[in-house]
Design a protein around this ligand. Sequence first.
Ligand SMILES: [Zn+2]
Ligand SMILES: [Zn+2]
Length: 149
Amino acid sequence: MIIKFSNFADGVHQLEFQEKTEKIGLKQPFFDDLFLAVDMDKSHSQIVIKGNLSVKAKYICDRCDDEFVEELKNNFQITYFFTNQYTQKNEDVNLYYLSPEKDKIDLTNDVRDFALLAEPMKKLCKPDCKGLCYKCGANLNVEECNCEK
Ligand SMILES: [Zn+2]
Ligand SMILES: [Zn+2]
């Protein structure tokens, strides 16, 4: 996911990427393709990237043990400043310094990180998953059992 920005005039440009998850270092539960839509705002002093990613992941539900697929989305913004006076390490993860000799930026590592950040803490096949009966193990999403609650 490399943008050779020297090919673009100043202004806002819309770019789209599609990449296999394993190619950008996303292992299971991620699978299939990752889609990334980018607004690149380029000027003589900086480049601002607004990214919109979407990727699919396969999970086992915490409550009912069923496998389910979730589409994960994340938005992010990264600013690249052109400067050759880069001295100290930059603490802001969404800000990079770019040497004026550079002609491209590589979004791959950031996109991977933002995909990982999109993972849910709780893995639920649906928000109101009823889970399994703790006595007989019936999946209460599909059947009612006769156990006492
Ligand atoms: Zn469930
Ligand atoms: Zn039961």
